[in-house]
Ligand binder design. Structure first.
Ligand SMILES: [Zn+2]
Length: 319
């Protein structure tokens, strides 16, 4: 029997803000939050945001400060309110082709404007942040990516404009409303009868990087079928009993990772060659030794893959 524990808390599945989904439909209410003197703004540039010197806290700024550095006209999207009613917004910065609504500004200017000395990505730093900041950063990254990639109406091609605090884009021509897109992807730790785990290396990854198997869910496909299909396609292994283990957003640009454990009923690996360069079974001792000798590089600490592997291993693995 496969021993399974729910993965909790996952590093990017933490958030504390109230998204105010019912109130943000009112533009006057959103404007009043923007002009609240307590308003905190996260500037996101190329998927990165400013952090303090410790790297454990985001650095926020204010709408008035943004005005001083030429970002007053940039779009802003409401992320939510904290327990004291303090509003949090994200402002996308940086050159965005074909979209003049965003502020064109360089990294040094962003850092000077907010009083920080570096920018980091969710992928690199999400696990180091507080619950509030992790949630803010993930939400902000996903939303900014969606707006940047969807400036036009998918029905008629007209330029769209944000509404609902940035959680809808509306078409002025055909009146269509477009909602932020989230792409479900399964990610699975497969074990065999000897309780070894199956890890693979994608062709596009750096040498020695191994991880759990993953792939997008197709239209009309249940999650359990996606798990079995991806494992079969990538490694030739047949699985049974996929068990849901938890989820976290992976906003690069718009994935929601749905984690599973599954049991293999075959062990003969045959990689698909196109996507996967290599796949191997690891016992706990083999994995620990491969990590210790740097023969194998684990996925990053912010990833659900790392959580799946460490859950199976039974302890943290140091890089
Ligand atoms: Zn349209």
């Amino acid at each position: 029997m496969l021993s399974v524990s729910r993965l909790s808390p996952l590093p990017l599945a933490r958030s504390t803000l109230d998204r105010a989904t019912e109130r943000r439909v009112n533009p006057a209410w959103v404007d009043a939050r923007w002009f609240d003197p307590r308003c905190r703004v996260l500037v996101v540039m190329d998927g990165k945001a400013p952090v303090d010197p410790s790297g454990t806290a985001l650095v926020y700024t204010s709408p008035s400060r943004l005005g001083e550095v030429g970002l007053a006209e940039a779009e802003h999207y409401l992320l939510g309110l904290d327990g004291d009613g303090v509003p949090y917004f994200v402002v996308p910065a940086g050159p965005v082709p074909d979209d003049q609504t965003r502020g064109e500004i360089d990294e040094a200017t962003v850092l000077a404007a907010v009083g920080a000395d570096r920018l980091v990505s969710v992928r690199d730093a999400g696990h180091l942040l507080s619950d509030r900041d992790a949630g803010v950063f993930v939400h902000a990254t996903a939303l900014v990516n969606w707006h940047a990639n969807h400036p036009r109406c998918s029905r008629c091609g007209a330029a769209t404009a944000p509404s609902h605090g940035g959680h809808v884009r509306e078409c002025p021509e055909c009146r269509a409303q477009h909602f932020p897109r989230t792409d479900p992807a399964i990610i699975v730790l497969v074990t065999d009868d000897q309780d070894r785990c199956l890890l693979g290396r994608q062709r596009s990854w750096p040498a020695k990087r191994f991880s759990t198997l993953a792939g997008f869910v197709e239209p009309g496909e249940p999650l359990e079928h996606a798990v079995a299909r991806e494992v079969r396609e990538e490694t030739g292994i047949e699985i049974v009993d996929p068990v849901y283990a938890g989820s976290q957003p992976w906003p690069f640009p718009s994935s929601l990772m749905l984690g599973f454990f599954a049991r293999a009923v075959t062990t003969q690996i045959k990689v698909d060659e196109e996507e996967i360069a290599e796949a191997r079974w690891f016992s706990r001792a083999q994995l620990a030794e491969a990590v210790r000798t740097a023969e194998l590089l684990l996925p990053g600490r912010a990833s659900i893959a790392r959580a799946l592997i460490e859950s199976w291993y039974g302890d943290e693995l140091s890089d």
